[in-house]
Design a protein around this ligand. Sequence first.
Ligand code: FDA
Length: 308
Amino acid sequence: VFFVSVISRDLFLYLSNNKTLNRAAQNWGSNIASGKIVGGIDFPSSIKFIKELNEQGFSVTVDHLGEFVTSEEIARERTKECIQTIETIVAQRLDSHVSLKLTSLGLDISKELVFENMRKIMDIAEKYKIMVTIDMEDETRCEETLSIFKGLKADYTYISTVIQAYLYRAEQDIRNLNSYEPFLRLVKGAYKESPTVAFPKKADVDENYKKLIKSRLLNGHYTGVATHDDAIIEYTKRLVEEYKIPKHSFEFQMLYGMRTQTQKELVNQGYKMRVYVPYGIDWYGYFMRRLAERPANLAFVLKGMTKK
Ligand code: FDA
């Protein structure tokens, strides 16, 4: 079983980078994923799902799908869309943050372009006090992403980013960020990385993840624990009880459509729960990474979910 799961993980991560399939998926399949793991093909069609989530007690963060943009024009277009999304969140009084990927704003084109685009977004986000979280992409972009985050954090409050527990550098990165007192989302990490930069064994990733959660919760900086893993959720709950960590100093986060029953239970137990709702036609890479994590997600999208 382990062997099969390693092969399928590698296969799906390999497929997630296939540009031809990505383009094809934009044309044919958004309805496969819509309303199940993706909010909709655009932000307006996701609003009803977000409102439903808010009514059930969930906070949200929305992500316009799309990454690895190589055209300056598209990166600027993405920036405008992001600003419109923030304005709609405010106008519709949604309880929602915004998540984005720097490669969608031109990270692979130039650092200057990303800064320019991010500043336009942050000027609006700051005005309306809407948190913007910079998702973390693959390891080759980690250093630059953190450096851009630090540059922006000097001028803006409502900006946060993500630390991936599978990277050896994660612990040191958190230490380096401490003086910025950032809101950080902690995740295990979703990309295919070399053993030279990331723990190859899941058990080691899990141990490092727990270590990072503990250090963050004890230092009091607001933390999003973003996982579907019961063992990690239970670990966090025990930690919170043992050290009397206030429930308002952290939140759990999960992806839209994943473990919905567990999400509800956490809310009922008084924990803050944020649901990550992606939208857009560029759903292919996102979906392939979800399959790499759990091939059963394919059956879930095609039928119904098995494990709640
Ligand atoms: P993991 O995949 O290790 O699974 C552990 C166990 O949890 C499984 O054995 C199963 O029992 C259970 N489980 C997991 N998924 C399930 C499901 N769908 N249904 C039922 N049971 C399930 N990554 C990244 O690199 N950069 C980023 O910016 C982000 N951002 C992000 C935001 C949010 C809100 C979330 C939840 C996740 C991310 N990620 C991410 C993805 C993250 O790095 C990671 O790949 C996935 O969350 C999968 O790891 P888990 O910790 O969820 O469990």
